[in-house]
Design a protein around this ligand. Sequence first.
Ligand code: 0O2
Length: 204
Amino acid sequence: MEIQKWREILIPYELAVSELEIKFNHMIKESRMVGRYSYIEQVHGRVKTLSSILDKAKRKGIDVEEVTEKICDIAGIRLICQFVEDIEKVVQIIRERSDMEIVEEIDYVKESKPSGYRSYHMIVEIPVFFSKGKTPMRVELQIRTNGMDFWATLEHQLRYKKGIEDLPGYDEISAELLRSAQAVIETDNEMQRIKDKIGMFHDI
Ligand code: 0O2
């Protein structure tokens, strides 16, 4: 497929990401304006690069013509929370929104992936309006704490999708990454416990 054609295919995804960034940033803004704690701390949106889309299609044996139908995270939004329990609050808020339809939910917080990866994933569908009408667009939401984000970002850079499985000592590297994920889980849980203790006496 020509590059120009791909650019056109990716435009609605760019618009879907912009719309959702605005919606989630409005939630943060509203909370701050009324002096209420915001369960979402940061919002990051991105559209997958063409090379990453094609790599994923190849990895999963998906035909190039079928990528928009079969790859659900071409458009992605990452919602960063401060505390583990905020994740469930954000999920609940999204479930109650009438402007996004939930297509799928995967809880990698309760049950992390074998790599140690944790995040709550939701695929949502939103209508995107164009001059010629509207199109429903799918966007993957990854909801995670700062700690989960820190681990996932570094692990992504070090290992994920890099094809380093053949390196000598790979099993030990995997075990080390898993141990580091465990350390993040413990720290996240500890911070939640501290918050709960302080929260018995003060509004946080
Ligand atoms: P990118 O470059 O971040 O966009 P999979 O077959 O597991 O890779 P699938 O079936 O689309 O992917 O669903 P899944 O497992 O929910 O993964 C979707 C996204 O979650 C990934 O997109 C990653 O962003 C993130 N993710 C999943 N597993 C891991 C992991 O072990 N480590 C890290 N760091 N991130 C993970 P992409 O397209 O694979 O990657």
